[in-house]
Ligand binder design. Structure first.
Ligand code: SAM
Length: 240
């Protein structure tokens, strides 16, 4: 997969993309990430990319021309998702990450200042994504979140099994423990030390369901549950 990121701050990506899973995926050619500085398409000698908002008001707005020029240089094939990171977009989710991970190419546009000229939204992008109902100072951190979630879904990017990760099956992950078995008198549940894998699998599944029912009941509508598992949820609700 190839991901092109349009940004005014390409240097911000060095840290998160230079470590761990993302770095390994880049090194192993699982993903190719290209950073493009929008400033290179800025206007005039000073490479200006923003201007005052028509009608007045606080702050500056990113002009359409540098963004359009940056996009044109990318020779984007038809059907390539061109995504603007914006708090006004649809909320990013595991499902969106899974869908985007199926694409061979993805373009991400990072806004700054008071955001981008509305004509960018109307005519240059195919999708708008928000990472949550809050405003951050630029699209770069949002792009990093989106890229990380996508890369985790690319075949070969992770060594370990991820199907049990929270959200993967519509459930939160079961509680995890590691050594020591006793710490300050707090014990690891006995079943996990039993060596009985069938019992461990059953316990984990039940814990996942209980945890999701308690913390994120909204997720359960998409979860694939048996009748007896639905009963666990009813009991959980009754016990509250
Ligand atoms: N005035 C804009 C508004 O109210 O929609 C917010 C501008 S924000 C300070 C600057 C940039 O940060 C945005 O253009 C967007 O790219 C990015 N940004 C801020 N919050 C975001 C969020 N929740 N999700 C994705 N991107 C976000």
């Amino acid at each position: 997969m190839r991901i092109d990121i349009l940004t005014l701050f390409p240097e911000m990506f060095g840290g998160p993309f230079g470590h761990s899973i993302i770095k390994r995926a880049i090194d192993n050619n699982i993903v190719q990430i290209e950073l493009h500085n929008i400033r290179n398409s800025g206007i005039g000698k000073h490479k200006v990319v923003d201007d005052y908002p028509y009608g007045g008001g606080e702050g500056m707005v990113m002009m359409p021309e540098p963004l359009f020029d940056s996009l044109t240089k990318l020779n984007i094939e038809n059907g390539t998702p061109t995504v603007l990171l914006t708090p006004q977009g649809r909320q990013f989710s595991q499902k969106t990450a899974d869908n985007l991970a199926q694409k061979s190419r993805l373009i991400l546009i990072c806004g700054r200042y008071e955001g981008v000229d509305e004509r960018v939204r109307e005519h240059m992008v195919t999708d708008e994504i928000s990472i949550g109902d809050y405003v951050i100072s630029g699209g770069e951190l949002a792009a990093m979140v989106v890229v990380d979630a996508i890369i985790r879904r690319l075949p070969g990017a992770l060594g370990a099994e991820i199907e049990q990760d929270s959200m993967m099956n519509g459930l939160l992950e079961y509680p995890q423990y590691t050594r020591p078995a006793q710490y300050q008198g707090w014990e690891v549940p006995a079943v996990l030390l039993s060596g009985n894998h069938a019992e461990i699998t059953k316990w984990r599944r039940q814990q996942s369901i209980k945890k999701t029912a308690k913390r994120r009941p909204d997720l359960l509508k998409d979860a694939d549950l048996s009748e007896s598992e639905r009963q666990i949820i009813q009991n959980e609700i009754k016990d509250r």
